[in-house]
Write a protein of this length. Structure first.
Lengths: 428, 426
């Protein structure tokens, strides 16, 4: 059973509500879901421009002060990427009314949702389009944000690894879009894009907190008047998965103190394969924590790294390994990582390793339910993949996974790209 | 052992207990949460480099030793303790900052065995020449990782400028050279001085029964013997009011310049509510002068001189205090000039009662929201506790702050005792 109740609003919107008594925050999230494509940069810029001003609150200053008056409510809007979908996530966080005054100040929701409505549906317009001054300023902010990834070397290495691994796939497009596409955006084409989204895009609305469902539904109904498309969910396009024929190895140089290693692996099954729980187990055994093969061998046994771990991109059927190492140990570190990948393929998984991975995954699964954001994301990823598992079901599936299934997964996994960012060789 | 039940404004019920060996325990029940979180911390951070041990001998130890010791606690004769926690399905971690070292775990199952394991490994040091050497390789990589984080280097440069003598100017992890000087005997000296239960605190939060937790910890402690601990003498060098240097510039392979402006403050020589009050007033002033709802922030944002990532924060203990503001900017020196002008203008204009009321409302809202994050609740409480502050007094203090206090604090800020740290793309 899902933790979310679906409520159909009279205006056609579908709202997913979860009343959770333990929370002192009430969170409302609206997702505008799109396929990741050549309009990614427009999608990335839009939330920034919306945040700059609305018809009733024409400056960020006025808008921010109104949020503060409403007990420091936070309203954010940003572009995200989950698999090959791009999402504009608009999030409103308000303190729970029950704790604000002895009698409970219910106005807090009314005011907060009114501000959410302003942001989504009542942008500041100049001559029928967005304020061109704001658009130009936010274009510059976006340009700087895109360039800034270079400042974080770990993130940069991972980004390069993704670009090389997925060069002709939508997944190579970052959530913040592409620098080359920023210039051609205008107040006019951005506004047309916005209108198109409001009319036709796929919308998901979530509410989590210690709320009275009827009361919130009523306020939402009065404010979030949306299109008829809001009901459905457009799941991922099933990609054609190519087994990498050989490993691509790329070494690039920059003035870094430590070498940054990023390795991608591909899993040859679809999103809803019955092997998904075993895929999660595989990753956890390989690099999912201090008990993993990579941590034990690369860090504890050979002292080659401080950080070494792997994470799954379940919505793209990939795994990424990351480590920070001294360039002189590059060959040794890669050899150990390849050995550990091969070890699982040949069935070298001890009962101890296996059980540790299992309890670790079940632990994180439940821990996610303690965060309203984690709660929503888990549910949303399920919807986007076209196969949802409740927390209870996923726990059960994880308990049923066998070593044989993990080995089966391992045999469906291959290293795609090994990327290494290092300082130039001295004297070279 | 004695007990005390505390109920906060947000209807959170916290039980406090003091064991006979001096260990302080806080149990904070959170019904309905799946995770349980425990943090066990000692009042011993990177700045505690000069102290008198239990035998009355004074020691000056290499920089980075508190952090090194934290790493080494994870090793036992039978191997490392990570695997034991993994088998229990909980994740264990630790961190060291300027003022404390903390060991923690969080998990949804096996709370009691994990709690026992946590206390036991922190109370059983095992250092050998060989395992000290092994750790040097790992920590070197940790130091090199931080050396690639421009924001980290920027802040360290700033603190080196703000402080001439105080060890807050030194990196928490030390340097590649300083950690090479660490020996197993030094680790034992630091351990026996700072890891006595009377210098430590345990905070536990989750869907738990306080009596049961306290009883479990008490039983565990009764099996161990601790000799009486004299009060720990720590020495910090005398620090001038003036900064060490006004400007430091570096170059790194980054895309956009970053800057940090530091305002050196005179530390308050009183702990408890007075210190807490000063911090809250400073945060209110900072928020009102330069928060996202301020005219100054919005003006500089529109000019493209700062971004959403711009931040401002106050740090203060009884032996150092400063305000740090900064973020990415295309023009660091220009931004610095406008920030200082903005501060001067704010001092001339003063803060209005209406603006203060709005800021207080915001702070109370954020305080309410913050109680949904278990690890944050526990970490925050103990970091204040070890500074001598009871964080549960926050709402009372904030409600009692007057506009006059805020305006006089604003006037106290001395813009001359400042330093600017800049990192440019290379």
């Amino acid at each position: 059973m899902s933790v979310f109740d679906q409520n159909q609003l009279s205006n056609g919107c579908l709202v997913n509500l979860s009343k959770i008594k333990k929370f002192k925050t009430v969170s409302i999230k609206v997702f505008i879901v799109r396929d990741l494509d050549e309009r990614a940069t427009l999608t990335a810029l839009l939330p920034k421009v919306l945040l700059r001003g609305t018809a009733n609150y024409p400056t960020s200053l006025k808008f921010e002060q109104s949020l503060e008056d409403n007990y420091g409510s936070r309203l954010s809007a940003r572009s995200r990427k989950i698999g090959e979908k791009q999402l504009i996530e608009v999030a409103l966080h308000m303190p729970c009314a029950k704790y604000l005054t002895p009698e409970g100040d219910n106005q807090v929701y009314q005011k907060g949702i009114a501000l959410l409505k302003e942001l989504l549906f009542n942008p500041l317009l100049v001559d029928g389009y967005f304020n061109p001054e704001y658009v130009e300023q936010e274009k510059e902010v976006l340009r700087r944000e895109i360039r800034s990834v270079y400042s974080d070397k770990e993130e940069w290495a991972l980004k390069r690894c993704i670009e090389i691994s997925c060069q002709d796939e939508p997944y190579a497009i970052p959530a913040y879009g592409r620098l080359a596409d920023v210039d051609e955006i205008t107040a006019e084409n951005l506004f047309n894009f916005y209108q198109e989204l409001v009319e036709a895009a796929n919308i998901q609305i979530y509410v989590v907190g210690n709320i009275e469902n009827d009361q919130i539904v009523k306020i939402l109904e009065q404010n979030l008047v949306w299109n008829g498309q809001a009901n459905g969910i457009f799941t991922y396009n099933q990609p054609i998965i190519k087994f990498p024929e050989k490993i691509t190895e790329v070494v690039e140089t920059d003035r870094v103190n430590q070498g940054k290693l990023a390795i991608s692996l591909r899993f040859m099954r679809d999103f809803c394969s019955e092997l998904i729980p075993a895929f999660l187990m595989y990753n956890n055994i390989l690099g999912g924590g201090t008990h993993s093969k990579l941590f034990t061998k690369v860090r504890e046994k050979h002292s080659l790294a401080y950080y070494v771990h792997s994470h799954t991109e379940r919505s793209k059927q990939m795994i990424f390994i990351e480590a920070g190492i001294d360039p002189k140990n590059y060959q040794q570190a890669v050899a150990i990582i390849k050995q550990e990948v091969a070890a699982i393929q040949s069935g070298d998984v001890s009962q101890e390793e296996f059980e540790r991975a299992r309890v670790s995954l079940i632990n994180s699964l439940w821990a996610l339910q303690d965060f309203s954001g984690g709660n929503i994301d888990y549910y949303l990823v399920g919807l986007l993949s076209g196969c949802s598992y409740s927390t209870e079901d996923m726990e059960k599936y994880l308990k049923d996974v066998t070593v044989a299934q993990v080995v089966e997964v391992a045999q469906q996994i291959a290293i795609d790209t090994i990327y290494f960012l290092r300082a130039p060789k001295e004297g070279a | 052992m004695n007990y005390q039940l505390i109920t906060t404004h947000l209807r959170e019920n916290i039980t406090k207990a003091t064991l006979d060996n001096g260990l302080q325990i806080f149990v904070h029940p959170k019904p309905g949460y799946h995770s349980k979180y425990a943090i066990f911390a000692t009042k011993y951070g990177s700045i505690d480099n000069d102290f008198v041990d239990r035998d009355g001998l004074r020691h000056q130890v290499p920089n980075g030793i508190a952090h090194f010791l934290e790493h080494k606690m994870f090793e036992e004769p039978e191997g490392n303790v990570f695997n034991d926690f993994s088998s229990l399905g909980v994740s264990v971690n630790a961190f060291t900052n300027y003022n404390m070292t903390a060991y923690l775990f969080s998990g949804t199952k096996n709370f009691y065995p994990a709690l026992k394991r946590l206390i036991d490994f922190v109370q059983s040091p095992h250092f050998t020449e060989k395992n000290v050497q092994k750790e040097q390789g790992i920590i070197q990589q940790e130091i090199k990782m931080y050396d690639d984080h421009a924001g980290w280097v920027l802040q360290r440069n700033l603190l080196e400028c703000l402080y001439r003598e105080h060890p807050i100017r030194i990196d928490i992890a030390g340097t590649v050279d300083s950690i090479e000087k660490i020996t197993k005997d030094m680790l034992y000296t630091c351990y026996s001085t700072f890891y006595h239960p009377s210098n430590m605190v345990l905070y536990v939060v989750g869907d738990l029964n306080p009596q049961q937790v306290i009883e479990a910890v008490n039983q565990n402690q009764l099996k161990k013997s601790f000799s009486l601990q004299p009060e720990i003498k720590r020495f910090y060098p005398a620090e001038t009011r003036e900064v060490n240097c006004a400007f430091k510039e570096g170059k790194m392979p980054i895309a956009v310049p970053i800057m940090a402006l530091g305002l050196k403050d005179v530390p308050l020589n009183r702990s408890g509510d007075s210190l807490h009050r000063r911090e809250i007033i400073s945060n209110l002033v900072n928020h009102l002068v330069l928060g996202k709802s301020s005219i100054l922030f919005n003006k500089l944002y529109e000019q493209g001189l700062l971004t959403e990532q711009f931040s401002i924060g106050y740090s203060g203990t009884t032996n150092y205090a400063y305000t740090l503001l900064g973020g990415p900017t295309p023009k660091p020196n220009e931004l610095c000039k406008y920030l200082l002008e903005g501060w001067e203008n704010a001092k001339t204009r003063g803060i209005s009662a209406a603006d203060l009321a709005r800021a207080k409302r915001t702070f109370i809202g954020l305080y309410t929201i913050s109680y949904d994050n278990l690890s944050m609740i526990a970490n925050r409480y103990i970091s204040y506790y070890l500074k001598g502050i009871d964080f549960n007094n926050y709402p009372e203090i904030i409600n009692s702050i007057t506009i006059d206090q805020v305006n006089s604090r604003l006037q106290e800020i001395n813009l001359d005792n400042r330093a600017l740290s800049v990192m440019l793309p290379s």
